[in-house]
Design a protein around this ligand. Structure first.
Ligand SMILES: Cc1ncc(COP(=O)(O)O)c(C=O)c1O
Length: 389
């Protein structure tokens, strides 16, 4: 029996939501349907809300430690959901995965070092490299039959001794590719051979559709694990990004000690207590909510892909293997990037992420967030058709 009704329309306007209330600043119009920022238009699991209310009602918000029951909630979740055996001491908490990317970059490389990413990729990967004065190296992926493939020959050819770090996205955003065990193993072996530290952003790990399996890179072999820091968070999975709680995981004690010292230097010791409570509640009690939301999202994906195929000639979309982000290929329309943006915004009144934000390989694509009610999705698809047909 289903416990959650994801068809419920919840007004998010005037809640300071980035997705709903910042379109005027970002797109120049508040009269657009927002399907851009990666959060869901659904309420988080009720146990998360209950945990926050309990803490709020206590009324004393003093310094709060991250207790062993929190570590236990995280490790048990990864063991049960993904068969990944973690030790509690492998966890280092941080407020978010993007902060974790920046922390790992600053800890394990020096200004001027090279850092490699597979492109196109979630754009803060680029920003964190360049803002920290490291040299960005990209290994463009191949887009074949609606799926991305890493070009490991190109990747290895670029490892010239100055490349210190790989930032990996698993599952991948955009494109929703859930890397197979074989792909990860081949990649990991190359990184071990060239002594590259891998920072794996696994924030979408739990958002994987039927028939696909997420593998943590660090679970593949001991020598790969010793060079990997995995960044995880409950925030994407359970729609609680505003609560800001994440963790970096590595079995390599030397790497972990360096990361912990880096955070200390920044003056970071604890997280916000509400985020920590929410994290614990989500990992302890969120499984059924996740099952139901994933099935709703997968249904939305199927609906959107079929709609685009039938109704919008020249536009292509393949069902991703995971994530709630649909990568829509508009290249055959032959429109320039500005024209595509203009049509979507002014004709369609639809706010999507432009593919080019994810790197030049994303030019001609747009990314649509389908973690919304079916009614919103239908409205969004109609607007896409109005804009592009
Ligand atoms: C791949 C990826 N990493 C990180 C984030 C954001 O992480 P955080 O909010 O924890 O910084 C997102 C959000 O969309 C994402 O898609």
């Amino acid at each position: 029996m289903k416990s959650y009704d994801f068809n419920e329309i919840i007004n998010r306007k005037n809640t300071s939501s980035v997705k709903w209330d910042e379109t005027a600043r970002v797109f120049g119009s508040s009269d657009v349907l927002p399907m851009w920022v990666a959060d869901m238009d659904f309420k988080a699991p009720q146990e998360v809300t209950k945990a926050i209310i309990e803490k709020a009602e206590h009324g004393i918000y003093g310094y709060t430690a991250i207790s062993t029951s929190v570590h236990d909630a995280v490790t048990s979740w990864f063991q049960k959901q993904h068969g990944w055996e973690l030790k509690q001491e492998w966890l280092t908490y941080i407020s978010g995965v993007v902060p974790a990317l920046s922390a790992t970059i600053q800890t394990f490389s020096n200004p001027g070092d090279k850092i490699i990413v597979f492109s196109p990729v979630y754009y803060p990967f680029y920003d964190m490299v360049t803002y920290n004065d490291r040299k960005l190296i990209t290994s463009p992926m191949e887009y074949r039959n609606g799926r991305y493939y890493m070009d490991l020959q190109d990747f290895e050819a670029k490892l010239d001794g100055d490349v210190k770090l790989l930032l990996l996205c698993n599952p991948h955003n955009p494109g929703g590719t859930v890397w197979t065990r074989e792909e990860l193993e081949q990649l990991g072996k190359i990184c071990v051979k060239h002594n590259i530290i891998i920072v794996s952003d696994d924030i979408h790990a739990d958002l994987v559709f039927n028939n696909y399996t997420y593998y943590p890179l660090a679970s593949i072999s001991e020598d790969i694990a010793m060079q990997t820091v995995t960044c995880i968070a409950p925030t994407k999975t359970f729609n609680m990004a505003g609560l800001q709680a994440a963790a970096m995981i590595t079995s390599n004690q030397a790497l972990r000690e360096k990361l912990e010292f880096f955070l200390k230097k920044q003056g970071h010791f604890l997280l916000n207590m509400l985020g920590v409570s929410a994290m614990e509640a989500a990992y302890k009690h969120g499984e059924q909510w996740l099952d139901e939301v994933l099935s709703y999202i997968e249904d939305n994906m199927d609906y959107a892909v079929e709609y685009i195929q039938k109704e919008i000639p020249g536009v292509e979309a393949s069902k991703p293997e995971g994530t709630y982000l649909l990568w829509i290929d508009c290249r055959k329309l032959g429109l320039g990037e500005e024209e595509l943006k203009r049509l979507l915004l002014h004709k369609g009144k639809l706010a999507l992420e432009s593919g080019s934000k994810f790197g030049k390989e994303g030019t001609g694509f747009v990314r649509m967030n389908v973690a919304c009610t079916k009614a919103t999705l239908q409205e969004g698809l109609q607007r896409l058709k109005t804009a592009l047909r």
